[in-house]
Design a protein. Sequence first.
Length: 149
Amino acid sequence: MHSRVCVAFMTYHGNNEAIADALSKGFEDAGCEVSLHPIRRTGPRDLPEHDLLVISSPVRMGNVVRRTRRFVKGLPSGSRVAMVITHASERDGSRYSPDRPASELVASMRSRGVDVVTGTRFLRVLDAKGPLEEGWEDELSGLVDSLCG
């Protein structure tokens, strides 16, 4: 059980903030102490002491956004991280599929001693600005359950 959870999010149109809010509620309902941190205003070393960090970020034009990439580069070795990625394209292996950039980010974190504790969760945005695909709340509930169960 992860009793202290930080949720860091990068958002342009509010989708990842909604995800962060839903994650926060889910972890609180599971009995965890939770804090939310917008990546635009927070560096990894500014986070309070925590047992788990959940990062929610978009993939745009085939890449995890730059601020998120810089944020994860600053994570200290030994950090425990779970990832949620939003995307507007199909997960079909095409140029703009979110799988490759997410895998590269996870590999980069692992190479620096960051423990990525579960598979990356992908949530599709139905238009560039939203809304999120139907069932996204259930997907996040499953993530919280897998991390707290």
